[in-house]
Design a protein around this ligand. Structure first.
Ligand code: SF4
Length: 256
């Protein structure tokens, strides 16, 4: 893979070369955004308008779980306990039984109850609610959310962006991450967690929630529909010329 990233001191003084490298990466990110948005039909409708607390519980259930299974677990939990106070105060075994369709219900049930109790006790909230986050900038809300056990950068961004708060914050899932690596937007060795800040830094500061959502969705959809982990469909890839991945497949020229 061509070296699009400097291997020099990780915290150098700003230089013209570093500025030029950053500008080139930002331009690459915008080109990827435009082409994949065209390919996958932006604006993409938001799939959820949950309140932020419900979005948080939904995100905690979805960790390393297929969407259909976490959706079933969420629906069963809501059916069994109509309020989040009911989930918080229930015997843990009952919560575990309600979320049985997701992975590791025995870990997620006590974790969710612990988070619900911590939110209730937090001085910044009005009881068991995250509606106060509507007034906060993402720069305050994300680290605050990530202080809760089990809440990482993807979940904090999802709570802000996917819920009805619609705060611009970029989540990065495994598809989004793989596509960003192959297109040279982040170093190949950068893990999903730190890739959140690296990828968000490439996007314009004034993008609204819909445009940030479109960026996430377009890269994710590309990973789901074309840039598969194994055997990607490079022959029909709309960003083929931007791909720097050594596993990229050569295009077969149509004969004339
Ligand atoms: S050329 Fe292939 S590997 Fe590269 S981004 Fe497109 S589908 Fe993925």
């Amino acid at each position: 893979m061509p070296d699009l990233f400097s291997a020099s001191d990780p915290a150098p003084a700003p230089t013209e070369a570093a500025d030029a490298e950053r500008a080139a990466l930002q331009a690459r990110a915008l080109e990827v955004h435009e082409r994949l948005c065209t390919a996958y039909g932006c604006p993409v409708p938001f799939f959820s308008d949950k309140d932020p607390l419900s979005e948080l519980v939904s995100a905690l259930l979805s960790h390393r779980t297929k969407n259909a299974d976490s959706g079933r677990a969420y629906a069963q939990l809501r059916e069994r306990f109509p309020t989040w106070e009911g989930v918080r105060d229930a015997p843990t075994a009952e919560v575990e039984a309600a979320i049985a369709p997701c992975t590791w219900p025995e870990q997620k049930a006590p974790r969710i109850q612990e988070v619900l109790r911590a939110i209730t006790a937090a001085p910044e909230t009005d009881g068991l609610s995250l509606d106060a986050l509507a007034e906060w900038p993402a720069s305050r809300a994300r680290p605050w959310l990530q202080a809760f056990k089990g809440v990482g950068p993807k979940t904090s961004a999802a709570v802000l962006l996917f819920s009805r708060l619609r705060v611009p914050a970029l989540p990065v899932d495994s598809h989004h991450h793989r596509v960003a690596q192959r297109l040279g937007l982040i170093p190949e060795a950068l893990a999903v967690g730190p890739s959140h800040d690296a990828l968000a830094a490439l996007l314009p500061d004034d993008w609204d929630a819909q445009t940030v959502y479109d960026d996430h969705e377009a890269l994710m959809l590309h990973g789901q529909k074309c840039c598969f982990w194994r055997n990607p469909a490079c022959g029909r890839c709309p960003v083929y010329d931007l791909c720097v991945w050594e596993g990229k497949k050569p295009r077969v020229e149509s004969g004339g």
